[in-house]
Design a protein around this ligand. Sequence first.
Ligand code: MN3
Length: 188
Amino acid sequence: MKHELPKLAYEYNALEPFFDAKTMEIHHTKHHNTYVTKLNEALEKFPELQNKTIEELLTDLNSVPEEIRTAVRNHGGGHYNHSLFWQMLAPAGKGGEPIPEILALKENFNKEATALFGSGWVWLVKDVSGLKVIKTPLQDNPIMQNLTPVLGLDIWEHAYYLKYQNRRPEYIEAFWNVVNWNFIKLRF
Ligand code: MN3
């Protein structure tokens, strides 16, 4: 079974004016698609890994042969993160009711997202002690640390540079207008 690029539940222009159509299209058809292609390429020589889900691969990277471990981590992580990210978004006004416990952590989430150095993700995660904000470098993700991602934001420049250039805080603020609270509620 090859990993596949998932379809989006909305059009590329559906998140305007917060996330622009061109960025969404390139992000999905080029960036995400490349992660999927390179993940499949890495797994080509290892049929025994091809029936594993992306979650199974990422939560047990030590069992992935060293030769392809970094590729699975980066491209598999990219595939997993983006598949989740698209579902965490919805057209403005169509995402349902915001969750107060999450809004309470918004300031902290935004601060960490603004401060993140280089490419990575900021997440709101759930563990036994409750909700907290964490950052992961590159395409790493919370499931690698046994944490459940509730909400996540892509802080790679490809996610916002066309529209926001160096104004990352504006991108972060815009994100809150297109959160799919209905999906987040299921994970919360
Ligand atoms: Mn991205």
